[in-house]
Design a protein around this ligand. Structure first.
Ligand SMILES: [Zn+2]
Length: 297
């Protein structure tokens, strides 16, 4: 009888005592948590592939989720500056405030691109801390995975051996996949593309894509008709292979330009859920490369 009781306790403990409430700002970090921690935790994701992480409404349901959170995992680098500070303030939850172990920003662990020499928020630049869209460079994923596993272990030491094993397994599979992707995508090097927003700078850095034009004059500033006309004139003699954008960005400027240049307008998945097939980090990268291959000359 004693033996049976002990067994029940052992089985019951991991289900209840170790389960954390995790608030995640973007789907890519939720996917990374799943790789390291499986589905033992309750995850609330603030945005989807179809919502701009730069701007979000601080809905009551989100405030409630932050209030209950043991860990908050966001991109940082000011990506969520328009809404996350408000959620944090309204949550009244001390454990996930900046500086505490429950507050984790992925961009703190990578080398950021496009850090401006002069920060000028007055003109509406939404990338004052450098480009925050870090997740489409595989090296960044790898670094954030290390840091995230460490943080999960700090908050939930009972599962640290499990996290370490899962991290090792993930990094091994990730390295293998990155080698295959790099080899396969080598012919994409030098592919010329226009981009609505600077959403794909890290992808371009990795695959050596040539982003010849960005439709927004500054990150976050919608292009005016005059600016688009200028771009059309500049790109007409040698049009790029396509105009790329995320699922959440306004398609009109990209469509306008693509129609006039007679080039495809390409909505890449950008993050998990951006297409039906992009269900985790591996398939997100697969899909992104496959779509670029489709449009490469
Ligand atoms: Zn941005």
């Amino acid at each position: 009888m004693k033996k049976i009781f002990a067994l029940i306790v052992t089985l019951a403990t991991p289900m209840t005592a170790n389960a954390l409430n995790i608030f995640v700002c973007e789907p890519e970090w939720s996917a990374l948590i799943m790789e390291i921690a499986g589905d033992e935790h309750e995850i609330t994701i603030a945005t989807s592939a179809f919502q701009d992480p730069h701007s979000l409404q601080a809905r009551p349901s989100l405030i409630a989720a932050v209030r209950d959170a043991d860990l908050l995992v966001c991109t940082g680098a000011d990506l969520e500056i328009g809404w996350l500070p408000l959620l944090l303030r309204r949550s009244g939850n001390p454990s996930i405030q900046p500086g505490n172990p429950g507050y984790f920003l992925a961009a703190n662990y990578v080398r950021r691109l496009e850090i401006p020499k002069l920060i000028d928020r007055s003109q509406g630049d939404v990338h004052p801390q450098g480009n925050p869209h870090i997740h489409l460079h595989p090296r960044n994923i790898s670094r954030v995975a290390d840091a995230l596993a460490e943080r999960l272990s700090e908050i939930n030491p009972g599962s640290s051996a499990k996290y370490a094993a899962a991290l090792e397994y993930f990094q091994h599979r990730w390295d293998e996949s990155v080698n295959l992707w790099s080899e396969r995508a080598a012919p994409l090097g030098g592919m010329r593309l226009a981009s609505h927003h600077r959403s794909f700078s890290y992808l371009a850095d990795w695959l050596e894509l040539d982003i010849v034009a960005t439709l927004e004059s500054k990150p976050g500033i919608p292009p005016s008709g005059a600016q688009l006309a200028t771009l059309l004139e500049q790109l007409s003699p040698n049009p790029p292979a396509g105009v790329i954008r995320t699922p959440y960005e306004n398609e009109k400027p990209s469509q306008w330009l693509s129609e006039r240049l007679n080039i495809p307008e390409i909505q890449l998945p950008f993050t998990i859920g951006g297409t039906d097939k992009a269900v985790d980090l591996f398939t997100l990268y697969d899909e992104t490369i496959r779509m670029l291959e489709e449009y490469a000359n």
